[in-house]
Design a binder for this molecule. Structure first.
Ligand code: ZN
Length: 329
């Protein structure tokens, strides 16, 4: 693209975001990121992203069966809005959960299970409840991209939804504070929020869901919550996974007031380079506090400014945002 045209497009984008000035642009594997003066940021060409993070799986879901299963990229609804009924899946597909198309798994919180995926008070409980204290850090279970991070009227309270490169999504409900933005990339084990008691919740806990093409499944099919490890490195995705306890259509569209504003229009497909697999156990994060500078953080963690910039895809001139996590290792 000619530099003049690019510059023009950047300025058009700036004009659209009222009262904010674009102070930096960063190239990442998923495209250009615009950084604004109020320390928020967003992906430059997000409207072109069709939400497909795994072409192999998506090809299987859309071509190899009687039905077409959609996977929209929707920042405004907790569901992608595709209205798939996975009970209709005719075929099955192996999907990596550890290695391959996936990062390693990282337990989202360390607390014990207080409720499982089951019928509860005449309704399907669509995830696992994990114990925590309000303010405890909640971590990304796998590397991926933030699809949704906002207050949900349907009961989840403050909710983060991550989409992962293997096409699974994970849901983190009842949070007290967000540490990530929609469309942000995260790595497994990165702090994404602080736990809480928002929404339909009586007592602080994390409501954790695993979904595939919008359909919920029992997280215990793939995760051992006692040992906090995966049961297997991969899972055979088939219609039976989504039938445990209830038909998906019985529970995954109920009780939510959000409007489905997604469209069938897929737009232009952008190429996503596979993210390097990060071993969560090696990655370390630090929450930026008032008065911190890149050099003080680097000194504190025995690293260098240029290493910090490289790890976090930022420039030395980037303004640090208080409360935001920086990867230091
Ligand atoms: Zn729950």
């Amino acid at each position: 693209m000619p530099a003049k045209l690019l510059l023009f497009l950047v300025f058009v984008n700036v004009a659209l975001v009222k009262g904010q000035t674009c102070i930096d642009t960063i190239e990442t594997s998923i495209g250009k990121i615009l950084v604004f003066s109020n320390q928020t940021w967003r992906l430059y060409d997000e409207n072109k992203f069709d939400g497909v993070m795994n072409k192999r799986v998506h090809q299987f879901m859309t071509e190899k069966q009687q039905f077409k299963f959609n996977l929209n990229w929707n920042n405004n609804s907790y569901l992608s809005g595709a209205r798939n009924d996975l009970g209709q899946m005719k075929d099955s597909v192996w999907v990596h959960l550890n290695g391959g198309e996936s990062s390693e798994y990282f337990p989202p919180v360390s607390g014990i299970v207080t409720s499982t995926y089951k019928f509860r008070n005449g309704r399907q409980h669509t995830g696992m409840d994990l114990d925590l204290e309000t303010g405890d850090t909640v971590y990304a279970a796998w590397s991926g991209k933030v699809r949704y991070a906002k207050y949900n009227e349907g009961g989840y309270g403050n909710l983060v939804v991550l989409r992962h490169p293997n096409s699974f999504e994970t849901y983190y409900g009842h949070l007290s504070k967000f540490l990530v933005y929609p469309n942000q990339e995260v790595v497994a084990g990165e702090p994404i929020a602080l736990g809480g008691n928002t929404g339909h919740s009586f007592g602080s806990h994390l409501h954790f869901e695993v979904r595939f093409y919008d359909a919920t499944m029992n997280p215990e099919e793939i995760i051992n919550f006692q040992t906090k490890k995966l049961k297997n490195d991969s899972v055979l995705v088939h219609s039976g996974l989504f039938r445990a306890g209830a038909k998906p259509s019985d529970h995954y569209y109920s009780g939510n007031k959000e409007v489905d504003n997604s469209t069938e229009d897929k737009g232009e497909v952008i190429k996503i380079n596979p993210k390097p697999v990060v071993r969560a156990s090696q990655a370390k994060y630090y929450q930026v506090r008032s008065g911190d500078t890149l050099s003080s953080i680097a000194r504190k963690h025995g690293t260098t400014i240029s290493q910090l910039c490289q790890l976090n895809k930022i420039k030395t001139s980037t303004t640090l945002q208080i409360g935001k996590s920086l990867r230091v290792k």
